[in-house]
Design a protein around this ligand. Structure first.
Ligand code: FNR
Length: 371
């Protein structure tokens, strides 16, 4: 169907499933084991309901915000997803250009298909970007990557902590990752490749399962970029990150691709804000320690629920991959325009004129259990 008939982010997935190369669909859509967590990610938003306010003069509404001190036209960012070229020859550059055009932030993955410098060179002057880091067993390689990212102007380092070993994504494992694959990741000397078990496993063998809390002091010693842990799944680890002086956490289960039966980020958010308030007197959203959520975000209302519950912003992954895989750069522009239109209408209907007015009282999250 023509792009004009695409009405929401779910539509891109339905189209992409039938138009993308099989191997790309397998890598992008797959999740761990029985994919229960992947399904739960979006479903979890269904358990939260709104308590809108009326008669607030919502002629003008503004959903722009700041993320780690950087301006963003929406309270969301493009999260890191590896192997952008599987779906389209321009790969991650589609995301870079769309982010510039719409004033949002892209998180560049360690395992991008395009090289880091190619992405940075494509960025518009002054365009804000974050970097997602997989930590190499060889810490000298990691140090070089981190310091290069900082030197090129990256504004936040998101260290992925939910992938000491890659999850079993069986749909992906049934596809072989070919040596001559043009989408092969630009790995800049990251280590060996085992091609027998799908794309995900082929590219990830350098990741260090030995990473632990004591490494955080080392990260602070090698960079001044804000440090955020991506893949926190309970309040205990969020508290630890806060106590170590890190700048935030992403409550995420990696799009359901790692531990199956991990809870959704939006559910974890409720316990994290509650416990950190109780134990450290923090309120959220918080400038010094920012909370992010990703997984299953498909509507502006999903984003607004996370903001109401204390998140600074949310990450969106697959919908943008599906949008550009199915329709090229116009697809992702359309995806962002759809979100723009959804924010405008739903901010009005919620009775919030700006992001600060999207507050906890505007949601009923009583279906989410505290732990
Ligand atoms: C990911 N994700 C991911 N995360 C990460 O830290 N490093 C990575 O290389 C990747 N790669 C990756 C590839 C693909 C194809 C997907 C779908 C996801 C996880 C990603 O950052 C994020 O946590 C989820 O994608 C969020 O869920 P949704 O929005 O895809 O439902």
């Amino acid at each position: 169907p023509p792009l004009s008939e695409i009405l929401n982010l779910h539509d891109f997935e339905a189209i992409a499933k039938h138009t993308m190369p099989e191997k790309a669909w397998a890598y992008y859509s797959s999740a761990a084991d029985d994919e229960i967590t992947n399904r739960e990610n979006h479903a979890a938003f269904h358990r939260i309901w709104f308590r809108p306010r009326i008669l607030k003069n919502v002629t003008k509404v503004d959903w722009s915000t700041t993320i780690l001190g950087q301006k963003s036209s929406m309270p969301l960012y493009i999260t890191a997803t590896a192997l952008g070229k599987l779906g389209h020859p321009d790969g991650e550059l589609n995301l870079t250009r769309a982010a510039a055009k719409h004033g949002i932030i892209q998180m560049i993955p360690t395992l991008a298909s395009c090289s880091f410098d190619e992405i940075m060179d494509t960025a518009a002057p002054g365009q804000v970007q974050f970097f997602q880091l997989y930590v190499n067993k060889d810490r000298e390689i990691t140090k070089r990557i981190v310091q290069h990212a900082e030197q090129r102007g990256i504004k936040g380092l998101f260290i992925t902590v939910d992938a000491p070993q890659l999850g079993r994504r069986e749909k992906d494992m049934r596809q072989k990752f070919e040596a001559e694959d043009p989408s092969e990741v630009s790995r800049a000397g990251q280590g060996g490749v085992d091609r027998s078990q799908g794309a995900a496993r082929a590219i990830s063998s350098f990741i260090d399962p030995g990473l632990d809390w004591s490494d955080m002091a080392w990260f602070k010693s090698i960079t001044k970029m804000p440090l955020i842990l991506k893949g926190v799944q309970c309040w205990e680890d969020a508290l630890e990150a806060y106590d170590l002086g890190l700048n935030g956490v992403v409550l995420s289960n990696h799009g359901g691709r790692q531990l199956d039966f991990a809870r959704s980020g939006i559910e974890v958010l409720v316990e994290v804000t509650s416990k950190l308030r109780e134990m450290r007197g923090l309120s959220f959203p918080n400038e010094k320690f920012q909370l992010f959520v990703d997984g299953g975000v498909r509507r502006a209302t999903d984003v607004m629920k996370a903001i109401a519950l204390g998140a600074t912003a949310v990450g969106v992954g697959r919908p943008f991959l599906y949008a550009y895989s199915a329709y090229g750069p116009e697809g992702i522009n359309q995806a962002l325009q759809i979100l723009h239109d959804e924010f405008e209408m739903n901010m009005r209907l919620l009775g919030a004129r700006n992001i600060k007015e999207v507050v906890a009282e505007m949601v009923d999250a009583s279906n989410i259990h505290l732990h």
